[in-house]
Design a protein. Structure first.
Length: 700
């Protein structure tokens, strides 16, 4: 190499090194990393706020159990673990700020969770004592009133008032009043043991309640949220600190790139001059090329015979030169990949872009294993994505040629199309999964029937007893009214009789209506789970199946949306088929519509109508949800196709629904606009002899 060439190479190399240096210095804190950390910190604050809210609810007695407290603490711990994992991937200069803050946040969280455990145990004991004291005071007061112990009644009422005041405002003076009231309780041999237990629990409440207030304030004052926000602010300041110098180095990077481009253009001008000289030398080579053509023609004939044999076996050839990274691919291999052959060779890393993204790493690992000498042959089944986005399967095999040091310098082999075989295997697997899912649905139906039966027995007992209680109350009212007229107002269950006389019938009526509602749900569950014995020859009302399906989903509907509308056309003709199957279709379509809603303010509409032109019934389920991408609409009813894999979707709901609708001679279709919602339409034919057809349809 001449000194001039070395000089040019040194200049280009120096500019490239300078570009690399400026590029390294122009980087700032990764925005994606900063976004992930900020999201985790925001989640931490949300869980911390949820924990504080649950503590207040538990203290106020509005939380029936402590599962939500434990769950909130676990969420905080998991979020902190995620935050600690993020610190591992952070750059060194960021980690120096981030890791101490995370450690401080962890220490504060541990202290708060420790206080939480003290709070749960003390609050549980305190609530038990409160419940015991209130119940015992009420019972003892009634017993004392019956036996005429007026002093004991007065002392118990004074103690009750003092305890209620102390529970609202745990002051020392009120606590002293409670102690004094407990000491003043007169001795009553019949209830002395209860009075002694009452005194123990009352003193425990006086001693524990102020401590609980202090413990709750300590929990509320724990600086977890403050520390999380301080950590986030420190990260933002670090990002701002790095961003300033990065902008300067980006400018220098641009200027250096312009200088390198100018120098390369000057080299290109020199290369053009040298090309003229090479053109003259090329003319001398033409003579030699002509002599080689005869040899190449004979070689071509041999290659054509070999290629014909490979095409007969439906396989293509490939030849990879490792060092220059060039792959020679036969024309048949190009056709299997769905490509137009523009050249006989391509870069080794280029053709791998036609592999399915999920299979690329497995293909590379298999290739690396053969290059290392771990396997005697290279063979791998992979998916390929053709330019028309069709996915196919190919089987690639080959063998590497090695130098004396064991390093592979060349590989050659074949590629075959196995798409048909793979599709047949996939169909077999789908059929097996369908059988498994059918068995699961059968077991689920049996379970639903058993649960409905177990619930129905106690519910029937409630219905029977509430009727008896209503009759008993009707008889007792006359006696109680006479007692009121004779002795004036009195208490019933701790409330004035005048108020209870109006309230008790309402309560019993509500219990009766609730039990009747449970009975309707049980009957719907039995009908839904019970195998149909009527086949497709029975006639039924479409609106009845729709209403039964919606009753089954009542809980999910109230949970998912505040705007659920039902428009069922009256006087619809009957449908011939299986009402349970149509009910299952309604359940599947309404469930999918509810799951598509991003928030409860969006609406879902279920409607039925008669189409006189087509002489069919139309069931429509519309939602204002997230919609379905256009590329997925055609595959919605394919078995095992689902867009809800992460949330447990099986891909069988719509496939089964479409099958059931087709069994009734109908059709299931979808229309959707992403971001605006989806409309599912079921059309069911009416029997020609149906006596319930509207007059307009009969005339047509």
């Amino acid at each position: 190499m001449t000194s001039a060439a070395l000089k040019q190479l040194a200049i280009v190399g120096g500019l490239l090194l300078l570009l690399t240096y400026f590029w390294l210095q122009s980087r700032s804190l990764d925005p994606a990393l900063l976004g992930r950390i900020s999201q985790v910190l925001n989640t931490f604050e949300l869980h911390d706020t949820e924990l504080d809210r649950n503590v207040l609810l538990a203290r106020a007695g509005l939380l029936t159990h402590y599962d939500s407290l434990a769950r909130a603490g676990q969420n905080l711990a998991r979020t902190l673990e995620t935050l600690q994992q993020q610190s591992v991937t952070a750059p060194k200069e960021t980690a120096q700020i981030f890791e101490p803050g995370v450690a401080t946040l962890a220490a504060v969280l541990r202290e708060k969770l420790t206080l939480l455990e003290y709070f749960k145990s003390d609050n549980a004991l305190l609530n038990n004592s409160k419940a015991y004291v209130i119940h015992t005071l009420h019972r003892l007061r009634n017993q004392a009133a019956k036996v005429g112990q007026a002093r004991l009644v007065a002392e118990l009422e004074a103690l009750t008032i003092a305890l209620l005041r102390f529970m609202q405002t745990p002051e020392g003076t009120i606590g002293a009043e409670i102690h004094a009231a407990l000491e003043r309780l007169p001795k009553a041999p019949a209830v002395q043991e209860d009075l002694r237990a009452l005194a123990v629990h009352g003193r425990y409440i006086v001693a524990t309640l102020p401590r609980m207030e202090v413990l709750m304030r300590a929990l509320m004052a724990a600086p977890t949220t403050v520390q999380a926000r301080a950590l986030q602010e420190a990260l933002l300041q670090q990002h701002a600190k790095l961003e300033g110098p990065a902008r300067l180095f980006r400018l220098l990077l641009y200027l250096t790139a312009v200088a390198l481009l100018g120098y390369l253009l000057s080299l290109f001008a020199r290369l053009r001059a040298n090309a003229r000289e090479l053109r003259l030398a090329n003319q001398a080579l033409q003579q030699e090329i002509a002599e080689r053509r005869q040899t190449e023609a004979a070689l071509r004939q041999s290659e054509e015979r070999y290629m014909l044999a490979m095409q007969g076996a439906n396989e293509g050839l490939w030849d990879w030169l490792v060092e220059p990274d060039l792959v020679h691919v036969s024309a048949h291999a190009y056709r299997m990949l769905g490509l137009v052959r523009e050249a006989s060779a391509m870069a080794g890393h280029t053709w791998q872009i036609y592999l399915h993204p999920d299979d690329r790493e497995r293909f590379r690992e298999t290739l690396r294993a053969h290059l290392r000498g771990d396997t005697p042959f290279f063979q791998c089944e992979v998916r390929v994505v053709r330019p028309d986005q069709e996915v196919g399967w190919v089987f690639v095999r080959g063998l590497g040629l090695r130098r004396e040091n064991g390093r592979v310098y060349r590989m050659a082999g074949s590629i075959g199309d196995i798409t048909a075989r793979k599709r047949l295997e996939q169909q077999t697997r789908q059929q097996e999964l369908q059988l498994i899912q059918a068995n699961k649905m059968t077991a689920l139906g049996t379970l639903i029937s058993g649960v409905a039966h177990e619930i129905n027995n106690p519910n029937q007992l409630v219905l029977t007893n509430i009727r008896l209680l209503e009759e008993a109350w009707a008889d007792a009212v006359e006696i109680l009214d006479g007692h009121q007229q004779a002795h004036g107002e009195f208490l019933l269950a701790g409330l004035p009789y005048t108020e209870m006389r109006e309230t008790i019938p309402v309560l019993m009526r509500d219990v009766h209506e609730g039990a009747r509602h449970i009975e309707r749900i049980i009957n719907d569950l039995r009908d839904f789970a019970r195998p149909s014995a009527r086949g497709l020859q029975a006639t039924f009302a479409l609106n009845d199946s729709v209403q039964r399906g919606m009753r089954l989903l009542a809980h999910l509907i109230h949970k998912k949306t505040e705007r659920f509308r039902v428009n069922l056309a009256p006087d619809l003709p009957l449908v011939r088929g299986d009402p349970q199957h149509i009910e299952q279709v309604v359940v599947n379509l309404v469930t999918n519509a509810l799951e598509a809603l991003p928030d409860p303010s969006r609406e879902v509409t279920v409607s039925t109508r008669f189409d006189p032109t087509a002489r069919c019934l139309v069931l429509a389920v519309e939602d204002a949800g997230i919609g379905i991408p256009p590329e997925h609409l055609a595959r919605l009813c394919d078995p095992f196709f689902t867009t809800k894999q992460a949330s447990g979707g099986t891909g069988l709901g719509l496939a089964i629904s479409a099958t059931l609708v087709r069994a009734h001679g109908g059709q299931l279709s979808f229309a959707s606009k992403p971001g605006r919602g989806t409309r599912a339409v079921v059309t069911l034919p009416c029997p020609a002899e149906s006596p319930h057809l509207p007059r307009a349809a009969m005339a047509g």
